[in-house]
Design a protein around this ligand. Structure first.
Ligand SMILES: Cc1ncc(COP(=O)(O)O)c(C=O)c1O
Length: 443
């Protein structure tokens, strides 16, 4: 039967198969947002909920930031869509140039995507093709890290290291291996900022070089600070050592900065914050303040230039998306950058980070709390799992916090916090006072 587009659709929750959601639990007792402004969401039943997670680590300038909203409205009136292939529009070039300005020196070229996952696929393809373009086609191997999160597409879950994201999906990409993760509760629990112990975890890359030979390895991809797996900071010296080892062996280093980009750590990028420059940076999320889907991949000039050979009428790199550099997304990105700059939001995050750290660590000693860690405006509270029922305790905390007016995020039994960078001290207090009550009541 062909249904008319105008046919009325029953108002039920069944049709939408929700992403990364306990669908059956949600649909029994839905949590619906119908509005947002600044630091707060409004629920369908009219309650205000403090956003402790910047949506999904993306609304760094706060909700409905007026300049971004206006820029999008204006752009829709002016140019709705332009073909991404063989045609251009000014704002894509402007946004790319502004992004290069923000990035560490040497990362001079940008490809646009529509999400973090697409940025990851793009970066991995660039890495392999780059080696081939300069005559080292034997370098096809990709190295990720245990507990890494690089989105949900096949390349990303292959180099990723979160078991439930991988185990259902067959053989994944071949030619992938992983270095060990950096989480070390025994030595580093309750560290403020970067942990003291664990620089040697980077040497695991030498082990893989011994096993596979450097001549087969194209790239290593890591998050400078691993976010979605539960906020794991790089131990002191770790990223520097990874950089040394990759340089020594001619392996590209990719930083997946989908979370750590755009002020989250109190700097433009994690690369700047930690003082380590990779060859490729992936971004998304805060690039447009989460308003319009958009991602970007920044590459060093050597990488870009390796493709700029051959007859000039030929396409140099066979990759791109219909919506790469979409005009509306570019307008949102430009207004987002203006907002970050004019409101000094990256600096604000840096200034607030000590207050944030003290408030977060005041939860030490509450029931089930086995670790607390932080950097910039990111925090994590790791809870002891209920034996045999992993994730249940943190999920209960999530629900209770929501009912008490605060949005938090959980992954496994870890509570992850990453508020918009406009958060006020009084709102930091509100968040942690609520969490104190939640944690005291947890089973
Ligand atoms: C480091 C990292 N890479 C990639 C992604 C995937 O981004 P998206 O959900 O936009 O595809 C995320 C999302 O949280 C991320 O944190």
């Amino acid at each position: 039967m062909v249904r008319s587009a105008a046919a009325s659709v029953p108002n039920n929750l069944e049709s939408f198969w929700m992403p990364f959601t306990a669908n059956r639990q949600f649909k029994k007792n839905p949590r619906m947002f119908v509005g947002a402004e600044g630091m707060y969401y409004t629920t369908a039943d009219g309650r205000k909920v403090l956003d402790g997670t910047a949506g999904l680590w993306c609304v760094n300038a706060g909700h409905k930031s007026p300049r971004i909203v206006e820029a999008i409205q204006r752009q829709v009136e002016e140019l709705d869509y332009a073909p991404a292939f063989q045609m251009g529009h000014p704002k894509a070039f402007e946004l790319a140039a502004r992004l290069v300005n923000l990035a560490p020196e040497g990362l001079n070229h940008v490809m646009f995507t529509n999400s973090g996952s697409e940025s990851v696929e793009t970066a991995l393809k660039v890495a392999i093709a780059y080696h081939r373009a300069r005559g080292e086609g034997s370098r096809f191997r990709l190295i990720g890290r245990e507990r890494g999160y690089h989105g949900v597409n096949f390349g990303g879950i292959s180099v990723g290291g979160i078991v439930p994201n991988r185990k259902m999906f067959g053989t994944l990409l071949t030619g992938v291996d992983h270095i060990r993760h950096t989480h070390d509760l025994a030595r580093n629990a309750f560290t403020r900022g970067q942990p003291e112990h664990g620089v040697e975890f980077a040497d695991d890359l030498e082990r893989l070089v011994q096993l596979h030979d450097a001549s087969t390895i194209a790239a290593v991809i890591v998050e400078p600070m691993a976010g979605s797996t539960g906020v794991l900071m790089p131990p002191k010296g770790y990223l520097e050592r990874l950089r040394q080892i990759t340089e020594k062996h001619g392996i590209l280093l990719i930083f997946d900065e989908v979370i750590t980009g755009f002020g989250r750590l109190g700097a433009s990028f994690g690369a700047e914050y930690y003082g380590v420059t990779p060859d490729i940076i992936n971004t998304a999320k805060g690039l447009t303040n989460g308003i319009i889907p958009m991602g970007a991949v920044l590459v060093k000039s050597e990488i870009h230039d390796a493709f700029m050979t051959g007859p000039e009428h030929l396409i140099e790199f066979f990759h791109g998306y219909t919506y790469s550099g979409n005009p509306i997304a570019c307008a949102a990105g430009l207004a987002t950058f203006d907002t970050y700059r004019d409101e000094g939001l990256f600096e604000r995050a840096a200034e607030l980070s000590t207050y944030w750290e003290d408030a977060l660590h005041s939860l030490k000693g509450l029931p089930h709390v086995i670790d607390i860690r932080n950097t910039g405006l990111v925090g994590a509270i790791e809870l002891e799992s209920i034996p045999g029922e992993p994730t249940k305790r943190a999920f209960a905390a999530f629900i209770d916090a929501y009912e008490k007016g605060c949005l938090i995020r959980t992954t496994g039994d870890i509570i992850a916090l990453s508020p918009p960078l406009i958060i006020k001290k009084s709102e930091i207090d509100q968040l942690f006072e609520t969490l104190k009550t939640v944690l005291k009541n947890l089973n």
